[in-house]
Design a protein around this ligand. Structure first.
Ligand code: GLC
Length: 523
């Protein structure tokens, strides 16, 4: 495929707009659709192809919008359907695509279906839309020992002998996708947003839609991350085949991306030719910056999807993990961004990571994430990566909301040092680097195919590859700068001279990659 004919998403850059923390247009301290609409030119200037907008549906806010009361409406606190249409229209006029986040695995406990199920009683038709089982020991104990991903048991009693499954918070009952009502509703939701002109869909908690109907106990020694009776089962792929068919009925290059957290062999099947276009490559986010390890991880991620004719969807960060600048250090966040942008595939960049925002250690009383409560406070949760963005140097709320407005998560003192306003004026800022890199990527890497030729003779701690007519070299951690002259002309560097860094070079000069010729000082 060439850059001319490839769909935009194949090697695009997608910016994850965490809508509650992006920009507040209405003055209640919570980001919203009018706020996002007003900032679309910023996203155009960033150079991204598309935005993925996190859930803006009516929600009881037990999981920051991922507990949905109505999948085909807009939460009045975040705007209206007209506002959403206006975001899509304005984005399209600016050359940006819009992806929405569909939370199909579960609903809010305030969703009309669940309210009806709670009232209807044991064995009722209303409960058949959920995963409901009798408790053990006459109803006193949960049906299985399955843990919730947010901590504690994944089962909650109705109080009448039956229990319902919630892989996430107790306010997020899992839907039973074997039920015809549930299937029909999911498809209706998908069509509803595609009909409104959105360009793609993120399928939240994608691996959870099918559960083993025998509800077996977890094997002894089971750990989070191991195979389970409620994630990535063979049957789950039937759902993505159906959703992919729906996507293919629409014109334009619509994209579906599966939010899956598994290792490459788990995510590969989601992008088979009759399934989705993408599945996140999230695994590297949890890995230390080690050249040998990353070489293997990247090669495995590529192999898992290229065999199906797809390219990876690299996640540089997201709203569920620590901020990249804290996870990897700012030098590492810069180096990895350039590395990911040079690889074959699409890159998902989390809003605020282009500013190198650090993780914020919030005061206990400010934390809203259910993982904090459910873990008994041992896990401080994900809110530290969700603090509203600083647009101006100050004072608080730093241009995020009208002056004097308290924000839904408090911004720390000094937040303005990371402000967009300041970084736009600084050619060495993370924002300036991100803008330059995204533009240069189009010229150097986009359309360069799925082949990566690894440079085999780099010193320990280095990783590099050639693609097309360019070379990308990353140093993981501090070390001497080698003479890169043998590899080509340096066009861009991201990182730190005393830390991790990535270099982009023009020229593939085969035969110049031995240690001697490239001037490497092998350590
Ligand atoms: C996904 C979302 C996460 C949410 C969970 C439950 O993992 O990214 O934020 O808590 O699904 O919907």
């Amino acid at each position: 495929m060439t850059a001319v004919t490839a769909p935009w998403w194949r090697e695009g850059v997608v910016h994850e707009v965490y809508v509650r923390s992006f920009s507040d247009g209405t003055g209640d301290g919570v980001g919203d659709l009018p706020g996002l609409r007003a900032r679309l030119p910023y996203l155009r200037d960033l150079g991204v192809d598309a935005i993925w907008v996190t859930p803006f549906y009516p929600s009881a806010d037990h999981d920051a919008g991922y507990d949905v009361i109505d999948h085909r409406a807009v939460d009045p606190r975040l705007g209206t359907l007209d506002d959403l249409d206006a975001v899509v229209a304005d984005a399209h006029a600016l050359g940006l695509r819009v992806m929405v986040d569909l939370v199909l695995n579960h609903v809010s406990s305030e969703h009309p279906w669940f309210r009806a199920a709670a009232e209807a009683g044991p064995g009722s038709a209303e409960r058949a839309r959920f995963h409901v089982r009798p408790g053990r020991d006459g109803g006193a104990l949960p049906p299985t020992g399955w843990p919730s991903i947010f901590g504690g048991s994944a089962w909650e009693p109705f109080g009448d002998g039956e229990w319902y499954l919630h892989l996430f918070d107790v306010h997020q009952p899992d839907l039973n996708h074997d039920h015809p009502d549930v299937r029909a509703d999911a498809e209706r939701t998908l069509r509803f947003w595609l009909d409104r002109g959105v360009d793609g869909v993120r399928f939240d908690a994608a691996g959870g839609l099918t559960k083993d109907p025998a509800y077996p106990e977890l094997p002894d020694g089971w750990q989070p991350g191991h195979a389970s009776p409620y994630s990535d089962l063979d049957g789950v792929h039937d759902h993505y085949r159906r959703f992919a068919k729906v996507l293919s009925e629409y014109d334009g290059d619509r994209v579906g991306v599966a939010e899956v957290w598994g290792e490459p062999h788990v995510i590969g099947p989601y992008v088979r030719p009759d399934e989705l276009q993408q599945a996140f490559a999230i695994d590297p986010l949890f890995r230390p910056l080690d050249a040998t390890l990353w070489r293997r991880l990247l090669a495995e991620q590529l192999d898992a999807v290229v065999r199906h004719g797809r390219l990876p969807a690299w996640a540089h960060g997201n709203h569920d993990v620590k901020r990249a600048a804290t996870r990897w250090g700012e030098d590492g966040a810069r180096a990895v961004l350039l590395l990911m942008l040079a690889l074959p595939g699409c890159v998902y960049l989390y809003a605020g990571d282009e500013l190198a925002l650090p993780e914020v250690d919030l005061p206990d009383e400010a934390i809203t994430d259910p993982t904090y409560r459910r873990s008994g406070g041992t896990d401080r949760g994900r809110d530290g990566a969700r603090v509203p963005l600083p647009w101006t140097t100050g004072p608080a709320p730093y241009g995020f909301a009208p002056d004097g407005t308290p924000t839904w998560l408090p911004q720390p003192d000094g937040w303005g040092t990371h402000a967009v306003e300041r970084q736009e004026a600084d050619p060495d800022s993370m924002l300036a680097l991100t803008r330059r890199a995204i533009r240069l990527r189009d010229e150097l890497w986009r359309g360069a195919g799925d082949e990566v030729t690894w440079l085999e003779s780099l010193p320990a701690g280095w990783l590099g590859f050639r693609r097309g007519a360019a070379t990308c070299v990353t140093r993981f951690g501090a070390g001497p700068d080698p003479d890169l002259g043998g590899l080509g002309e340096v066009l861009l560097t991201g990182g730190a001279s005393d830390g991790s860094a990535t270099w982009w070079l023009r020229g593939d000069r085969p035969g110049t990659t031995t240690d001697e010729e490239a001037g490497w000082d092998r350590r």
